[in-house]
Design a protein around this ligand. Structure first.
Ligand code: TXA
Ligand code: MG
Length: 335
């Protein structure tokens, strides 16, 4: 993942944005996962601007971004052993760790929870900006609540123009899906949201026996990641995931007089595009990380295509495929 230097902002731009954040304003900036909307994590008023700009429900907590590992102690009341191990292995990078919080963090950030989500991003612009601001930066994805996370500066402009102090432009996000969120407060690590760091990577560090199964989490009554209960990425046309034959599904919908969008891999284009009013290529089936990187842009495209129904193919839930399918399933269940 190194495609973030194409439209690199100049140091004075980063400096100005860092100062804006330290003054209490909300500024969008690139990270290696998706664009974030950052503000001073210690200030209620600053954090309120994030919720207002995004139209985000107040009970959905934010991730606090740090530039130096030493800032972590200032946010947590204790740092469990497994959290230290995961940070050693994957920070800076697309991994968010949930640990018990201390009083320095605004209640607005944690939505009243006793825990705080912390991430040290890898993107050089994000790091420079956080270090310039000199404070922990609360930052959700910089999209309008309910829309796909922004992987390009233009997505941020489309969703939030006029509602925030500014955008630091930084080319396309590398991973294109959000960070993996891991709850480190219990006996085992629990993946609350699959993302850039895969389950396989987590178990290679902690051991299979120290990472909870996904199924166990789904059986719990109360969702542990408050954000997971909200509507996500709902396209205006219904999105239908098809495991079997997309052309059968498409034929039937057209028979009912509907216009049809198909999202599929390059290798299936020739076979499928005759059945589609709009065909959106997801990338090559052998390059799942490219499919992940372009997924949100493709969902935004699909959304703008004004078809009646969108059929999309599915992927094996292995490696980054787990996160890709998680986001597709959310988009499908919301529509
Ligand atoms: O890649 C990312 O993580 C991006 C970039 C900007 O860093 N940020 C991001 O933030 O995706 P957001 O707010 O869109 O998603 C944060 C997720 C939400 O599902 C939220 O509910 C969960 O993390 N979360 C935050 N604090 C939590 C906590 N204390 N306990 C459980 N879940 C928490
Ligand atoms: Mg988000």
């Amino acid at each position: 993942v190194d495609n973030w230097d194409e439209e690199e902002p100049s140091p004075p731009e980063i400096e100005e944005a860092g100062l804006c954040i330290s003054r209490g304003e909300a500024v969008a900036f690139p990270t290696e996962t998706v664009y974030g909307l950052g503000a001073d994590a210690r200030s209620d008023e600053a954090v309120e601007q994030i919720f207002a700009a995004k139209g985000r429900p107040g009970d959905n907590p934010l991730i606090v971004h740090i530039g130096e590992r030493s800032q972590w102690q200032g946010l947590a009341s204790v740092i469990p052993d497994m959290a230290e191990k995961l940070a050693d292995a994957f920070w800076p990078g697309p991994l968010t760790l949930i640990v018990p919080k201390n009083n320095a963090v605004s209640e607005k950030v944690t939505a009243g929870l006793s825990t705080v989500a912390v991430r040290m991003p890898e993107h050089p612009v994000a790091r420079a900006l956080i270090n310039k601001a000199g404070i922990p930066v609360a930052a959700p994805s910089a999209n309008q609540s309910g829309r796909p996370s922004p992987t390009k500066a233009e997505h941020v402009t489309y969703d939030l123009d006029g509602k925030i102090a500014g955008i630091v432009q930084g080319g396309e996000a590398g991973y294109g899906l959000e960070s993996t969120v891991v709850d480190c407060t219990g006996e085992k690590a629990v993946v609350l949201r699959p993302g850039g760091i895969t389950r396989e990577q987590l178990t290679s560090v902690l051991g299979e026996e120290n990472v909870a199964e996904t199924a166990a989490l789904l059986q719990e009554d109360a969702p542990r990641a408050p954000g997971m209960k909200y509507r996500h990425y709902a396209p205006s046309a219904p999105l239908v995931l098809v495991e079997g034959s997309i052309n059968e599904a498409a034929k039937q919908a057209r028979g009912e007089g509907k216009t049809v969008g198909i999202m599929a891999v390059d290798e299936h284009r020739l076979e499928l595009q005759a059945y589609a009013d709009v065909f959106i290529s997801l990338g090559s089936k052998d390059e799942l990380s490219d499919i992940a990187a372009r997924l949100y842009d493709n969902l935004r495209l699909a959304d703008q295509s004004s078809v009646d129904v969108i059929f999309c193919e599915t992927f094996p839930k292995k490696g980054i495929g787990e996160a890709v399918m998680n986001r597709l399933e959310k988009a499908a269940s919301a529509s």
